[in-house]
Write a protein that binds this ligand. Structure first.
Ligand code: RAM
Length: 549
């Protein structure tokens, strides 16, 4: 009787609690994440100049920055006379802003002062009215702050960390006495503590410029995790981490940060063993619960593999191998008898992303990234002597590749198209090429085919564009890869980017995944990867590389 009761108890109670797939490891991983937290380096930055931002059709998003007419110093400008002005710090900064006020007349300050500050990474953010708000992400991300100063003499620090180049200051509660803003300062923060090697002087100017802006983008995103964007979302996303860690491997080489991020993501995975797509650090490290983004979970494995190759840190790879192995089950769960991923089922149970492009059909790309992840994980296993634990992979790769070729490749057009929708997209061709399904000749034909198709769905973000460049490089299209990089990221340079953006479409300056372009992040992790390409493939991006060798 006692036995029956205890069995009943187990059946009734245990499932309620569930089991944690990584129970014995989790605490240790989080501890290692904590031990690898980098120190933030602080630098005090002062404004460079006062500017005016004027409406101009030819400029990016319709706003042009011009030098202010006024030759006064900031601390001499009466806010009673000029109720609003724009300060330019001359570069993109991430940090904490403080300021003081200075009385400009004889009268004793006899009331508080109320000011509004608006911070912008790009000119449109300080020029476009935020309200009535039409975006679909929380309005509070937008960086406008109203500050009431009770005592004119005190130094005020704005509480939240900000990300900006421009600050618009406006007087909104007018006192009787006259005053000016003085000592506006930014305590800029980043965990980057080294300067990477300069590129050779023979590298074309535009490529050097793209590399410089890419490095600035990466530096600003390198805080105590690799953030996706220092303005928004200020957190660690696996897909962004993959690209940032690649760029870091070829530039700053600050591997403690990558190590921290890998352990953090692992330590904050779901109890079912799958990774959550993003994690927050504060107030305590925690994940965005049940945020399952399919290809990001798989890309963790590729990140770990690349990290191992860059560092030879076998310990981390051994520690986190159980996580990589577990993510493979995602692919196993959805692969059907015929070797194709069950797109509809996967898409209903996970967030399948690939790009912020409305209407993108993701069936083929899903097959591609799945094969890619199997291969990357097998390589990781080989490097740490664990391939015996996943002996099924090589035949699975073969079967899935064969199925993809048979079902998705249209020999007539030379393009890959889905079975559920015959849309032609960059995403489909890119991920098929990266998975190694087509031969090199077929890959080239598919990629060329894209540029000659009017209806192909183009990338909406540098995230997908990164994979486009990689696909061309893998297919031996070096010249085209160079041209595409210069064209796309050079397009942002021509539009005066200080750091590279979250969303960029050369044909649409107002593209926004959030229905409001000032909500976009204009210093975004996944946009920094020219640094990786330029530095990893000097033979492609430096025409005189062979001569210099
Ligand atoms: C955006 C984030 C991040 C990305 C996700 C999918 O909201 O900024 O960069 O990884 O989307």
């Amino acid at each position: 009787m006692k036995n029956i009761l205890s069995i009943l108890f187990l059946v009734a109670v245990v499932p309620l609690y569930g089991t944690d797939f990584y129970k014995e490891y989790r605490a240790g991983w989080l501890k290692k994440a904590e031990q690898n937290t980098p120190r933030l380096i602080e630098t005090l930055k002062q404004p460079r100049r006062l500017v005016e931002i004027i409406s101009d059709k030819e400029s990016y998003q319709g706003w042009k920055v011009v030098e202010s007419q006024s030759d006064k110093k900031l601390s001499e400008i009466s806010l009673k006379q000029q109720k609003s002005y724009i300060i330019d710090f001359g570069e993109h900064l991430t940090g904490y802003v403080s300021f003081s006020l200075k009385s400009l007349d004889e009268r004793t300050p006899d009331s508080p002062v109320r000011l509004k500050f608006t911070f912008g990474e790009v000119p449109s953010e300080v020029s476009t009215p935020f309200d009535p708000y039409t975006g679909d992400l929380c309005r509070a991300w937008l960086q406008d702050e109203t500050v009431t100063v009770m005592n004119v003499s005190e130094t005020i620090q704005i509480g939240r960390r900000l990300s900006f180049r421009y600050i618009k200051a406006e007087l909104i509660g007018e006192p009787h006495f006259d005053f000016a803003i003085s000592d506006i300062t930014c305590r800029a923060v980043t965990s980057v503590s080294v300067v990477p090697d300069p590129l050779s002087a023979s590298v074309p100017e535009i490529i050097t410029e793209i590399d410089r802006i890419g490095l600035a983008t990466l530096k600003e995103c390198m805080q105590t995790v690799f953030e996706d964007g220092p303005k928004r979302d200020q957190r660690l996303w696996i897909g962004d981490l993959y690209l940032q860690s690649m760029a870091n491997n070829y530039s700053y080489r600050q591997f403690d940060l990558t190590r921290r991020c890998l352990y953090l993501v692992a330590g904050l995975s779901d109890e079912n063993g799958y990774l959550n797509a993003n994690v927050f650090e504060r107030p305590e490290p925690h994940a965005q619960q049940k945020q399952f983004l399919l290809e990001y979970a798989l890309l963790f494995n590729a990140t770990l593999k690349d990290y191992l190759i860059a560092t030879n840190d076998l310990q981390t790879a051994y520690d986190l191998w159980p996580v990589a192995k577990k993510q493979l089950e995602i692919v196993r769960t959805y692969t059907q008898e015929n070797g194709l991923m069950d797109f509809e089922r996967a898409n209903s149970e996970w967030w399948v992303f690939f790009d912020w492009k409305p209407g993108l059909h993701k069936e083929v790309a899903l097959q591609g990234v799945s094969i890619f992840a199997l291969k990357e994980t097998y390589e990781l296993a080989r490097l740490i002597g664990k391939e015996k634990e996943i002996t099924y992979i090589p035949s699975m790769v073969k079967k899935m590749s064969k199925a993809a070729y048979k079902e998705y490749y249209d020999k007539q057009s030379g393009l890959f198209v889905g079975k559920l929708d015959n849309q032609i997209s960059y995403a489909s061709q890119i991920w098929m090429v990266l998975s190694g399904v087509p031969t090199q000749k077929e890959a080239q034909r598919a990629l060329y085919g894209l540029s000659s198709s009017d209806s192909a769905i183009t990338p909406g973000t540098p995230y997908l564009y990164h994979y486009y460049i990689q696909a061309m490089i893998n297919s031996g299209m070096e010249k085209e890869a160079n041209e595409a990089l210069v064209d796309y990221w050079g397009g942002m340079v021509r539009r005066d980017a200080d750091t590279f953006w979250e969303a960029y479409d050369p044909n649409d300056d107002f593209i926004s995944p959030y229905k409001f372009h000032p909500m976009n992040s204009y210093c975004h992790a996944w946009s920094c990867t020219p640094v990786y390409f330029i530095r990893k493939y000097p033979e492609i991006f430096n025409p005189t590389y062979a001569l210099e060798k």
